[in-house]
Design a protein. Structure first.
Length: 319
């Protein structure tokens, strides 16, 4: 068994978590560090005064029991990362959480637009101008993550092959960074309407005397800065509100209020409902493995027993 360092006996959970947070600033992205720092603001009041070498898994589970399943799982993950680091550095002799099963996370459900709702939504977006029409059209026909869209430059658009290449992600503070995973670097072929609007938008910018050089962000604003996440969220809500007002006049059910990421879910859902393979959809979405796609969209692929039986009867002519 590994021996603890001499100072470990006096080290509290709070002291170690703060030391660990300083260490990971050198190896993790700013957004990850910010997420961990936020988690420590919850963990430290709960466990901070406990001597690190006296921390027990059951104690952690008890303290986290009042939180939602998602928060429990997230806080456990952050704490366990810090504990494993303590073991690697021989600050702890063993991992006190290793024998405890991680709290179960009930995955958040998400809403998507139907194909008809996509048409209603895009009709409204088109009426509000080409900039936002292109933004939402590209999101719905490519499945790109929000910060992948924001990071696109004109160099990433190839009108000859009609493809967009994802190379970077753009953080909220405007920092370009590698995308979420190695598989997130990908080239996507776009449908004809998206191709048409991209070219139309580029011509519009050139007519306005605005640059469209390779290094210019596709979704840059008039003053040169790239559109912010808050602006996109605000306009997404505005488009849905305007669409629903129009639908109400026609006695048509309203659109659900989606998050921007749900546009990505809408894209994947429609591909799967059209019979595209899990492997192909996973590659287009930039998932690290097809398992992620299957786990996320299992409900889309579900067939109940009655449907399966009906399929068998039809194929085997058992009626």
């Amino acid at each position: 068994m590994q021996a603890r360092s001499p100072s470990a006996t006096n080290l509290t959970v709070e002291q170690w978590l703060n030391r660990w947070l300083q260490q990971i600033q050198l190896t993790h992205s700013p957004s990850t560090v910010a997420r961990y720092r936020s988690g420590l603001k919850t963990l430290i009041p709960l466990l901070g005064k406990t001597p690190l070498h006296r921390l027990h898994g059951w104690q952690v589970l008890q303290q986290l029991s009042a939180f939602s399943s998602a928060n429990r799982a997230s806080l456990w993950t952050i704490l366990h990362a810090a504990i494993r680091q303590a073991v690697r550095q021989q600050v702890l002799a063993h991992d006190p959480l290793a024998e405890i099963k991680k709290p179960h996370h009930v995955q958040r459900t998400f809403a998507v637009f139907s194909e008809e709702q996509v048409r209603y939504f895009l009709q409204t977006a088109q009426q509000k101008g080409i900039f936002y029409y292109l933004l939402f059209l590209l999101a719905l026909t490519s499945g790109l993550r929000l910060n992948e869209l924001r990071a696109l430059t004109w160099r990433n658009w190839d009108p000859v092959t009609k493809t967009i290449t994802v190379e970077y992600s753009l953080s909220e503070n405007g920092t370009l960074k590698p995308p979420k995973s190695k598989s997130s670097r990908r080239r996507l072929r776009l449908p004809s309407e998206t191709v048409r609007v991209l070219e139309l938008y580029r011509q519009y910018l050139q007519q306005q005397g605005r640059p469209t050089n390779d290094e210019i962000f596709i979704f840059s604003l008039r003053h040169g800065g790239v559109i912010s996440i808050k602006q996109i969220y605000r306009y997404l809500t505005k488009i849905i509100v305007l669409t629903n007002a129009r639908l109400a006049e026609q006695n048509i059910p309203p659109l659900p209020f989606l998050r921007f990421h749900d546009l990505r879910h809408t894209h994947a859902t429609q591909l799967l409902r059209r019979g595209m393979s899990i492997k192909a959809v996973a590659a287009r979405m930039g998932h690290a493995s097809a398992t992620i796609t299957l786990h996320t969209y299992a409900h889309v692929l579900h067939l109940d027993d009655q449907q399966l039986c009906e399929a068998l009867e039809k194929d085997w002519d058992l009626t």
